[in-house]
Design a protein around this ligand. Structure first.
Ligand code: ADP
Ligand code: MG
Ligand code: MG
Length: 902
């Protein structure tokens, strides 16, 4: 028989799957002997059964009866009894906390009769009626699904009638009246009386919690947080203790460390004569824990002891809910507390210094995502800008600029040197120009996978999306928000890490952690005398150095220019895993490519290529100088040649217009013919990569020669160049063999010319399924593999990234086909499977094969863990992701993931 109910005394903190987080931790506190009001947990298994059948399992009713009787016997009171009623709370609690998704009902068991019993038993009539009105209010909202406003309005009216500002000023009589009003509301809105039978109240509340798992709101939240839909929630039934029993009672929350800054020491809020959420609802001003020490030294001392006990036990920051009933402390909840990124790093190292955790554990407790949050520029503290609204933090950073309401205006104003923030209802591919021109993007619609969010993250643009409060009016060129009108041209500031939108100017400063990464520890420490900031920087430094010492993966960078290379090196890159040479054919050099394409005979063709040689050589010399001593992987030309030629339509128009005027330019006509000839219906799958190198004579030879000569020059300068040649888009080993033979020939030629030996590794990008599937053969010709996971994802899924990502990924995420874009996090089951095959078969042929990844995934935390698990040697990512990759590679080494179980 399935077990649907467990007493608090039966579980422990490791049973979160079955008992939910709240239930598991209540059980753990009970086990530790802390004062937890007794109760029981209805397991997630019951919820899953309920979700499957739509009905409460029959055994559940029986098990609840048994558990309830045990509880009643232990306490010597009965649920809803007329004399000394036992009351309970019915509390939701899933494995992962889902704040605000499913609410708790307190004081279950109160009715018209037991409220009298409670009054007698407690000797406090006011308290009894206050508890009853709370029950009807919470039950009405949560179980009967009524509009909470109806109740809060009635409460406000009651306060107004009495001339009271606070709920504690209401008398027993007032509250008795309020109960009648609340009951009327229930009758009017549901056509039924508020249920008087205690067990019926309990059962209805339990069903409401079980059902709340499936509400649209909860579903959306889970999708956003990537929590699986089939976990289900547990339900905790907990005997009530009362913080609203007068001045010697109260309720509070406490943290064993400051979750905002990580500073050591107890933090908390306490509210006298209050129940449940009152303390965080801002209804009255709260007291601090220091105040509590004055109010009730004994209860305070007991709380301190419990907090210390919990922190020692969990070895981490604990977040606690407690209630004091007439001087007696009760613990109602604990969990390992959420914290800001800065607090995460500081707390981790503090715990190491207190000898509570090891450095390995400290490393596993911070994430790459947290580190990247510390890298974004910040709004300087102490500005007086007005907060307009808070929406979804879609792409981190801090941006200040003038409002522009369309892309064309954004481009125009940015061209005049202005910083602009593009404000749109939502964006679509036509807004790309505006998004590039803007320093930030704000949209009124859309979620974290909307076009605006995806594109902004992709280009590192700050974005806040889904600001529902923003109503744009294009005719008056303005938008309204929170009753204010903001005009195009007004200054606003958006924080993509918090989702905040401000009116007016806010200073933006580089973060201290960025400073540390760029300039080193001493410089960063010297730059501030804020001890908190210095402590943060030191914590990041310690953990990052530990990651470097621990990780198995090397971290390289994708860099095309000496400047990028230098930056990457400062940030800790151990080489270049991808230098894209197409960047070297842009700008003024396009013209040379045109000559190559238009050459009428071999001699003209070779001459055109020759003109490129010195330029390329200089590029490589610069790169190898910055990367002295470190591997520098140079990828031969990858994109189709027509990408370097004028646009077909534009050129057609130009030629047609010229013809009309009778001023035909022979060059343009020939160019147009070439562009037509080279036009491809599907360039992504067309003449590019190694195919181009084999079809256009001399092209790869030129690049290889340039690399070899650059190596010779650097050696002559006394340098230590480590260039490697990487061939893109290989599908067959024969392609690679042809390029490799040519490369070997050129190496020995250039070597002979300079009287040195040149022996550069030649490797291959694995970015086509066929390459992965024939890796054993390819490895015979390749000294290294580098997974181009972007193209490999495109070709595995048959997605053209530019076409699909903005077009329907939002929908695909909404309907659950994708949980995350496979372009952001490696699709371990599909694309990852190909990676695994290629690694295994490549190494079978060549055990010393060096294998890395140079797609964007190389900088994605979850993907990095995957690459570590499947045995890659390095990841290569954009320079600014290097610190994150170093950290995540370290975490992968200490936490370890089994690639097959993901
Ligand atoms: P949440 O998941 O939103 O934190 P909880 O289940 O913890 O919801 O309950 C909401 C509030 O009610 C909290 O302040 C909690 O401490 C309080 N509460 C819950 N159960 C009891 C109880 N048995 N006695 C007194 N207060 C309770
Ligand atoms: Mg709680
Ligand atoms: Mg590619």
């Amino acid at each position: 028989m399935a077990t649907y109910v467990k007493d608090f005394s039966e579980g422990d903190k490791d049973q979160k799957d079955l008992l939910g987080g709240k239930g598991a931790n209540l059980a753990e506190m009970t086990r530790l002997g802390l004062p937890v009001p007794p109760g029981f947990t209805i397991t997630t298994e019951a919820c899953r059964e309920f979700l499957r059948t739509g009905e409460v399992p029959a055994e559940l009713r029986v098990e609840v009866t048994m558990a309830l009787r045990r509880l009643e016997d232990a306490l010597g009171r009965q649920l809803g009894d007329f004399h000394e009623p036992l009351l309970v709370s019915v509390r939701s609690g899933a494995k992962f906390s889902m704040p605000g998704m499913m609410e708790t009902v307190l004081n279950v068991g109160l009715n018209d009769a037991s409220v009298q019993g409670l009054a007698e038993y407690s000797g406090d009539e006011r308290f009894a009626w206050d508890s009853y009105r709370r029950l009807i209010q919470m039950f009405g909202r949560t179980v009967l699904d009524l509009d909470g406003e109806l109740f809060s309005q009635a409460l406000d009216d009651a306060k107004a009638a009495r001339g009271a500002t606070s709920d504690v000023d209401l008398t027993a009589e007032d509250l008795r009246g309020l109960v009648e009003t609340f009951k009327d509301i229930v009758r009017r809105e549901t056509g039924r009386d508020f249920p008087q039978h205690p067990r019926e109240q309990l059962d209805m509340a339990i069903v409401a919690v079980l059902a709340s798992w499936g509400t649209e709101r909860a579903r959306l939240y889970r999708r956003k947080e990537r929590i699986p839909d089939d976990l289900g929630t547990a339900v905790n039934v907990c005997s009530m203790v009362f913080g609203n029993l007068g001045p010697t009672s109260g309720t509070g929350v406490a943290f064993t460390r400051d979750p905002a800054t990580g500073k050591s020491g107890d933090y908390g809020d306490y509210l006298v004569n209050a129940q449940g959420e009152d303390v965080v609802a801002g209804i009255r001003n709260t007291a601090t824990l220091a105040d509590l020490e004055q109010i009730d030294p004994t209860a305070y001392a007991e709380l301190r002891q419990a907090m210390r006990r919990l922190e020692t036990h969990y070895r981490d920051l604990c977040d606690i809910e407690f209630t004091i009933e007439r001087g007696k402390l009760w613990m109602l909840q604990t969990r390992v507390g959420k914290r800001t990124a800065a607090a995460a790093f500081r707390i981790a190292t503090h715990l190491v210094d207190e000898n509570l955790i090891t450095m390995d554990e400290a490393l596993s407790r911070v994430t790459g995502a947290q580190l990247s949050q510390l890298l974004f520029p910040q709004f300087a503290a102490g500005s007086d800008a007005t907060l307009l609204t808070t929406a979804m933090a879609a792409s981190p950073g801090a941006a200040v600029g003038r409002v522009v309401l369309d892309s064309a205006t954004a481009v125009e104003r940015a061209a005049q040197g202005e910083d602009v923030i593009l404000v749109r209802r939502e964006t679509n591919p036509d807004d790309l120009g505006g998004m590039i021109a803007a320093v930030g993007v704000l949209t009124a619609r859309g979620g974290k996978t909307s076009h605006a969010a995806v594109v902004a993250r992709g280009m590192g643009r700050t974005a806040v999306v889904g600001a529902e409060a923003v109503v744009i009016d294009l005719t008056s060129r303005s938008f309204t928000v929170a009753g204010r009108t903001v005009r195009e041209g007004d200054l606003i500031a958006i924080d993509g890490s918090t989702g905040e939108v401000f009116w007016g100017d806010v200073d933006v400063v580089p973060s201290p952690v960025t400073r540390y990464l760029e300039d080193g520890l001493d410089a960063a420490l010297a730059a501030t005398d804020d001890e908190e900031v210095r402590d943060l920087v030191r914590s990041v430094d310690r953990i990052l150095r530990h990651a470097d010492a621990t990780r198995r993966l090397r971290v390289l960078a994708n860099a095309d220019t000496p400047e990028d290379a230098a930056r990457a090196r400062r940030l800790g890159a151990q080489g270049i895993g991808l230098c894209r040479t197409e960047h070297m054919f842009l700008g003024e050099r396009r013209e040379h490519i045109e000559h190559v394409v238009l050459a009428e005979d071999d001699a003209a063709h070779l001459a055109a290529l020759d003109a490129l040689l010195p330029l390329q050589r200089e590029d490589f010399v610069g790169l190898l100088r910055e990367m002295d001593g470190l591997p520098t992987t140079i990828r031969l030309l990858d994109p189709p040649l027509h990408e370097f030629l004028p646009d077909l339509t534009e050129l057609s128009v130009k030629v047609a217009l010229a013809e009309e005027r009778g001023e035909v330019d022979e060059g343009d006509v020939r160019l147009l013919a070439a562009v037509r000839r080279m036009h491809e219906a599907n360039p992504m799958l067309g003449l590019r990569g190694v195919r181009l190198g084999l079809v256009v004579p001399g092209l790869f030879a030129l690049q290889i020669r340039a690399v070899c000569e650059a190596v010779a020059i650097r050696r002559a300068e006394g340098g230590d160049p480590h260039a490697e040649i990487m061939v893109p888009l290989v599908g067959s080993v024969q392609e690679l063999r042809l390029v490799r033979e040519e490369a070997l020939r050129i190496m020995s030629e250039v070597g002979a010319e300079h009287g040195i030996e040149i022996d550069l590794p030649v490797g291959v990008m694995i970015e086509l399924p066929r390459a992965a599937l024939t890796a054993d053969r390819i490895a015979a010709q390749a000294q290294f593999f580098s997974f181009g996971t972007n193209d490999l994802t495109q070709t595995t899924w048959g997605f053209s990234r530019d076409d699909v990502e903005g077009a329907f990924f939002a929908q695909y995420t909404a309907n659950g086909v994708l949980t995350v874009s496979p372009f952001e996090t490696i699709d371990a089951k599909g694309v990852g499977r190909l990676v695994q095959i290629a690694v295994e078969e490549g190494r079978a042929t060549r055990p010393d094969l060096v294998i890395g990844v140079c797609g964007e995934h190389g900088g994605d935390p979850e993907s990095i863990r995957f690459f570590d698990a499947v045995g890659l040697d390095y990841v290569s990512c954009s320079p600014f992701r290097v610190p994150v990759a170093r950290l995540e590679a370290g975490r992968a080494a200490v936490t370890g993931v089994d690639a097959d179980t993901r």
